[in-house]
Design a protein around this ligand. Structure first.
Ligand code: PMV
Length: 318
């Protein structure tokens, strides 16, 4: 196999800092890509195939339907996609979107190499391709995961609009833990929809409150007042638990983080399990939170997000 017959692609995992679930109802969310994500290596074959972490998936696996949908948008012939994940799947870190964007980039790389011509994949086509993959799993995804997987800097994302860059006055030091077993995003989104149907007035009030939190958070990220941002994260967590998205494990991981110096902590992604993020004062403080989590039996790692330098560093701890 020569290098020219293999396409390579990578994409970021993500954290949602503010606004998950509310984003499905048209409120803006703030999300950021992290360095850990997914890598894809593709080559042309007769029929689509996917190997995930070295294991060939059964032909009726949902990921193959996602691959088919994605390559139709990219305009690519059948491929064998070898995928590697550096983040847990279904835990709120955007693993599915990262695999989608990495695969679309790898397909484009392969087409460029085999056609010996440059074929830039526009952000819009990449987004649509990622969304077509996500729809196989999530029904009607807002698009925040795909937009964050595409981006190397924090974004403000509103359904149906182009994401805009968020100004970060100084780096964000995050600690990220797997607080509990993953939950299905589709199920959690459906649960929120049925909560809304039962409690329309309360739902709308919470939506307004989250929208105000997001606007406040954008201003505070620009001014660099991380103590205040931490408080807004705590508030967002309370509002999400009002929508029945929190669990005892999530609450306990947030409590541990706060009592270990976190400026604020919340679930990230769909909730019902999965990951928690905590904002720390600096890298060392983030490491301290990770080690407190580790002593409590939780897996975690720290992540530094440097918006204005357009880079994101990550120091991993297993
Ligand atoms: O798939 P997750 O866990 O990263 O959550 C995605 C964010 C939601 O707001 C819960 C759903 C969506 O489509 O935006």
């Amino acid at each position: 196999m020569t290098e020219s017959s293999i396409g390579l692609g990578r994409a970021s995992g993500k954290v949602i800092l503010f606004g998950e679930h509310a984003v499905v109802y048209g409120v803006a969310a703030i999300a950021a890509g992290i360095s850990r994500g997914a890598a894809a290596r593709v080559r042309f074959t007769e029929h689509d195939q996917i190997s995930l972490s070295g294991e060939l998936l059964a032909p009726d696996h949902d990921l193959l339907s996602a691959l088919f949908a994605l390559r139709k948008v990219v305009g690519c012939e059948p491929v064998h996609a070898e995928l590697k994940l550096e983040i847990p799947a279904g835990a709120g870190l955007g693993a599915s979107a990262a695999m989608a964007v990495a695969t679309a980039r790898a397909m484009n790389d392969l087409i460029e190499k085999t056609n010996r011509s440059s074929r830039p994949l526009s952000d819009r086509v990449l987004f649509e391709a990622g969304q077509s993959w996500e729809r196989v799993f999530h029904g009607t995804p807002s698009g925040v995961d795909v937009a964050a997987a595409q981006s190397s800097r924090p974004i403000r994302f509103e359904k149906g609009s182009e994401p805009t860059a968020i100004l970060l006055n100084k780096p964000l030091h995050l600690a990220i833990a797997e607080a509990g077993p993953p939950a299905s995003t589709k199920e959690m989104v459906t649960n929120v929809a049925s909560f809304k149907a039962r409690n329309l007035v309360q739902f709308d009030k919470t939506l307004e409150a989250i929208s105000a939190l997001v606007d406040n958070a954008s201003l505070l990220l620009a001014s660099g007042d991380h103590r205040a941002i931490g408080k807004l994260m705590d508030l967002n967590q309370i509002l999400l638990s009002g929508w029945m998205l929190s669990t005892e494990e999530i609450e306990s991981a947030c409590r541990l983080a706060r009592s270990s110096g976190a400026l604020g902590a919340k679930l990230t992604g769909s909730g019902g399990g999965g990951c928690v993020i905590a904002l720390a004062e600096d890298d060392a403080a983030a490491e301290r939170i990770v080690s407190v989590w580790r002593n409590a039996g939780l897996k975690g790692f720290s992540s530094r997000i440097e918006g204005d330098l357009n880079v994101d560093h990550l120091e991993c701890q297993k």
